[in-house]
Design a protein around this ligand. Structure first.
Ligand SMILES: [Zn+2]
Length: 65
């Protein structure tokens, strides 16, 4: 489940929301109930998905004989 980070444009409150479906519901600020919400792309959520820790694919095979 992707967790998106949001910033309220009115009071500056920062909060996170777990998005269950692609259909986005109307996000309101839990603090001031404002609808002026800006989504923040945080790089921390990408680390969970993009774990490039294989590193055993040797692409230097030369078959000279
Ligand atoms: Zn707010």
């Amino acid at each position: 489940m992707p967790i998106f980070e949001y910033d309220c444009q009115d009071c500056g409150h920062n909060f996170e929301r777990i998005v269950f479906s692609e259909k986005q519901e109307r996000i309101t600020c839990p603090k001031c109930k404002s609808e002026r919400i800006k989504r923040v792309i945080s790089s921390t959520s990408f680390i969970v998905h993009g774990a490039f820790s294989g590193g055993s694919s040797g692409c230097g095979s030369s078959g000279f004989s």
